[in-house]
Design a protein around this ligand. Sequence first.
Ligand code: FMN
Length: 348
Amino acid sequence: MSRSELLRRLGIEHPVVLAPLGGGPGTPQLAAAVSNAGGLGSLGVAYLAPQQILDEVGRTRALTSRPIAVNLFAGGVPATPPAYDASAMVSILSDIHAELGLPRPTVPPFPHDPFAEQFEAVLEARPEVFSFIFGALDPTAVRDLHARGIIVLGTATTVEEAHILADTGVDAVIAQGAESGGHRGTFAAPFEAAMVPMLQLVRQIAEFAPVIAAGGIMDGRDVRAAIESGAAAAQIGTAFLSCPESGASAAYRQALLSSKTDTTVVTRAFSGRPARGLRNQFIEMLEGREQAILPYPLQNAVTRPMRTAASKLGKAEFLSMWAGQGVARSRAMPARELVTKLVQESQQ
Ligand SMILES: Cc1cc2nc3c(=O)[nH]c(=O)nc-3n(C[C@H](O)[C@H](O)[C@H](O)COP(=O)(O)O)c2cc1C
């Protein structure tokens, strides 16, 4: 499928896709602004319950009549909870909870995988596009989406993962380069072996599947480089976090805009799964104490009270501030302007 053919099927004018930004930074306002500007706005709904997914899509539909994408985590949660000992993590978090004025940390039961129920809600909500990360879908699930006219995008961090996704019938592969902010989508390789630079990944995957490039794309020159390497479009996360429509807290926003160099690291500290974000005190506290980190997604559940309180109190040292390696080139402007600027710059 050619680049213009994929854009036509996605129903968008410009090769700009807002990355799904799950967990709060993404909002209906941000997604709608990108769609209204001729890009594709995505909603990262992986942390929401089925009814919340329907509500979030409804709020976005009220703000735009253009196509939107909805994104879920399709894997990563073990079917049988692994063995773990939470005592070291509880002890680390106890001191932080005391500092934040929170009660002593408690360890909830190992979370179950919400994907099946969430997927039903997505089928009901019928977004124009469905994207996923952390795994591959069953080909029957891809067919169910296609039967409803929904375009399907899967995320790969290696060429092998892209082949697995292509074999299930996805319409395009999101090539998530090593530069990317947020969780690594890796599902068929050790994480350390799946840190391929974005342009490398795009060039190789473009040989056998339509590609959307992701990772470190901050301006129009980056968009152009991705397209010249064979991508049909660019999926952009970090650059949109500084837009007024994003849900990023004041402390997170300030940390993004004051980054002068790449101060990101890949860490399992917040969720138990490798993700790229701005280095801060909590990440440093766990360096050399990785054995205390609980398996994904339990670690995400036990650090949630800390992250929520830190966000309210403006304490950047205990927030997960996901960001890609281009963070120092963040620009604060309304999302519509950013889309226009990305397009203009890419054509210069
Ligand atoms: C704050 C944040 C949240 C993210 N949440 C999701 C998500 O829910 N689902 C997903 O597929 N990708 C998520 N990502 C990863 C993006 O899809 C994409 O790979 C990444 O933003 C691209 O790199 P960039 O941030 O350098 O543009 C997230 C990224 C960030 C920065």
